[in-house]
Design a protein around this ligand. Structure first.
Ligand code: HEC
Length: 212
């Protein structure tokens, strides 16, 4: 089989997987949601226990330039898909996932007492910048291999921007929007965290734990 044929086959399989996941999602949403027709977002929940299981081929596209014009109301509506696992109000308890109030610029694994994955804990000294959120929400298991967040990701950059712009408002004083310099300096695609980087962070986390 030529490389081209293989690519075509791979693409066909990928499409089949995505269609199957979308069908499952639509079925679930139709059963659970009050107004399913409003949930036009292609958000799916999948089992990502096989690392990198999210069936997303390209991305994440740059996000900073989109934030200023993002639709916060749309982000909030799409947040219903997250609310199965996350609470968003100040001081609210964790669900399957941690509370997400004040998440922009917070540390990775920011909620005290929550049982994060080792992969997330290893990144604790890194902040949830807009770009980190962009990469993670694009494809959680690709961006942070080993994460416990079983969520396929948000493929469309505009929808990720809506979501991140809404998350930004969930704070006592929302983080500043990126300035022009930051926007033009943004890399085309924020590279996923490598295993080596995770190990590095893990070693640091262990050292920190020893110090305490
Ligand atoms: C199926 C459950 C589930 C869904 C749906 C889900 N999450 Fe998560 N999320 C989790 C879990 C579990 C974690 C902890 C991940 C870890 O420890 O690796 C997490 C972690 C996170 C974090 C990191 C928090 C921190 O303290 O570092 C962010 C940000 C996040 N989720 C955002 C979202 C957003 C936004 C959505 C909706 C678009 C979403 N999640 C949908 C389960 C979920």
């Amino acid at each position: 089989m030529s490389g081209m044929d293989f690519n075509k086959l791979f693409a066909a399989v990928l499409v089949a997987v995505i269609v199957a996941m979308l069908a499952g999602f639509v079925a679930r949403e139709t059963v659970n949601a009050e107004k399913p027709e409003k949930n036009a977002y292609s958000i799916t929940v999948v089992d990502t226990s096989g690392a990198g299981g999210a069936a997303v081929a390209t991305g994440p596209e740059p996000i900073l330039a989109l934030l200023a014009t993002a639709d916060i109301a749309k982000g909030e509506a799409a947040g219903k898909a997250c609310a199965a696992c996350h609470s968003f109000g100040k001081g609210e308890a964790a669900r399957v996932g941690p509370n997400l109030y004040n998440i922009v610029n917070a540390k990775h694994a920011h909620m005290e007492g929550f049982a994060y994955s080792d992969a997330m804990k290893a990144l604790h000294d890194k902040n949830w910048t807009y770009q980190e959120l962009n990469g993670f929400l694009w494809a959680p298991a690709k961006h942070i291999p080993g994460t416990k967040m079983t969520f396929a990701g948000i493929k469309k950059p505009e929808q990720r921007a809506d979501m991140i712009a809404w998350l930004r408002t969930l704070a006592d004083s929302p983080a500043p929007l990126p300035d022009d310099a930051a926007i033009s300096a943004e890399k085309p695609a924020d590279a996923p965290h490598t295993d080596a980087e995770n190990k590095d962070g893990e070693a640091k986390a262990k050292e920190e734990a020893k110090k305490k």
